[in-house]
Design a protein around this ligand. Sequence first.
Ligand SMILES: [Zn+2]
Ligand SMILES: [Zn+2]
Ligand SMILES: [Zn+2]
Length: 150
Amino acid sequence: MVQRNTWQRDRVREALGDAGGFVSAQDLHRVLRDENTGIGLATVYRALATLATSGEADQLQSPDGEAIYRACSTAGHHHHLICRSCGKAVEIEADEVESWAQRTASAYGFTQAEHVVDIFGMCAECTARGAAAAPTAADAASAPDPDARV
Ligand SMILES: [Zn+2]
Ligand SMILES: [Zn+2]
Ligand SMILES: [Zn+2]
């Protein structure tokens, strides 16, 4: 690996931490561009992929198939509850899922099993706001809400 891009990756990691919730590469690129960092979108994609591989960031697929990222406050294995309306995320532990996954894997003779379990839904605030109706295309385009915080 060439190390000359390290400062850019550090900058992307920083921006990801500041973002709070789950964001796309485009979201981060917009922030970095506004700060005149000169970091291109391709670099943001590469940096996010590296951070996800090294476990410094979580990578998920949003319901509409976009890759979204978050700097996790928990280093260990965990799961997420994600609001599909505003993008708010809650980190959760799920002991029942852990034991179920272990049990199921070993029942089939599998070892070193891993799993990814995230729950997408509507958060309490969005539910209360009467967002029960399916989000419109305009809603989807404006998500995630930049004010969303855990
Ligand atoms: Zn997480
Ligand atoms: Zn919400
Ligand atoms: Zn788990």
